[in-house]
Design a protein around this ligand. Sequence first.
Ligand SMILES: NC(=O)C1=CN([C@@H]2O[C@H](COP(=O)(O)OP(=O)(O)OC[C@H]3O[C@@H](n4cnc5c(N)ncnc54)[C@H](O)[C@@H]3O)[C@@H](O)[C@H]2O)C=CC1
Ligand SMILES: O=C([O-])CC(=O)C(=O)O
Length: 339
Amino acid sequence: MSFSRHVFGAVQRRAFSASTRSNSKVAVLGASGGIGQPLSLLLKLNPRVSELALYDVRGGPGVAADISHINTKSTVKGYDPTPSGLKECLTGAEIVLIPAGVPRKPGMTRDDLFNTNASIVRDLAKACADAAPEANILIISNPVNSTVPITAEVFKSKGVYNPKRLFGVTTLDVVRASRFISQLKGTDPANENITVVGGHSGATIVPLLSQSGYELKGDQLDEYIHRVQFGGDEVVQAKGGAGSATLSMAMAGARFAESLLKAAQGEKGVIEPTFVDSPLYKDQGCDFFASNVELGPNGVEKIHPVGKITPHEQKLLDVCLKDLAGNIKKGVAFAKENP
Ligand SMILES: NC(=O)C1=CN([C@@H]2O[C@H](COP(=O)(O)OP(=O)(O)OC[C@H]3O[C@@H](n4cnc5c(N)ncnc54)[C@H](O)[C@@H]3O)[C@@H](O)[C@H]2O)C=CC1
Ligand SMILES: O=C([O-])CC(=O)C(=O)O
């Protein structure tokens, strides 16, 4: 059963008696933000999580106190930015989710967040490398195309980089692509799983509709692709300056964490799209690329290639690779020049 179905079914039935092994500590850095709060809530509802560690530069303990009253078994602790707070939060974590940083306002691209978020992610990555070098690190903070390479560079500089344990969270792109096609085709979105590859911004987001067996033509295809690539902008516009997607992102982040926990706890064939250190397009300057990835107890188990695509999708991919190479290069350069 999918995590979202599990969670919402579980809430209704007060049924948190899943027979899953549950000894996993999960940390959220940026836990009192727009994403951090609902993400922490969903993690508290997940019976696979035994310990929830919530850190933020402000408000971590308050969010933790609130969530800790929910009658599920996991323990919850909040941490302030004291010298030992972040270290304690991270120590022993199996998964660290990072939604810390500023969101977009209308008129901005994700890359416009680079100047603020690059150093936030770099500093949190340093703390992770020191206190939780073997954890799965899930980067949500934008621009993901650059913040993931920054994190890799930090881990490399500390001699603890494991490419199988670093993930850019691109789940929301697949969630959107699946929802949007279901709206056009009148199907149940929970049964849709559209492959989306590339990166996580504008033209670097490449939905591969042809692989789902659906066919859209002309303007309808163009509009569908545009909606998937710029779904984030739709939310930014609608919120009118109050931020970007938070609730759908929390669901997507919780789904990805659930998949990693399932795989760590022995379930086979768990596949999620994610932006990882990937061999697929290294020869085109893209050391990182999002495609379907099979997860296992060691993190990345198998990176699936893009597979058979149409000439139109190949053109989208060509544009993606060019933009993506620049985003990755920018992240790597930042980390090297600003250690
Ligand atoms: N990967 C994806 O698909 C998506 C990524 N995002 C990104 O997620 C990030 C967070 O978005 P929101 O939650 O809406 O923003 P927000 O502003 O509501 O929350 C961010 C939180 O991070 C905290 N924070 C800032 N610096 C910190 C630090 N050094 N250590 C710990 N916490 C720190 C803030 O205090 C705040 O509570 C943004 O960069 C946004 O662009 C948003 C949606 C989807
Ligand atoms: O659009 C944004 O800035 C936030 C984001 O990454 C998304 O919603 O996909």
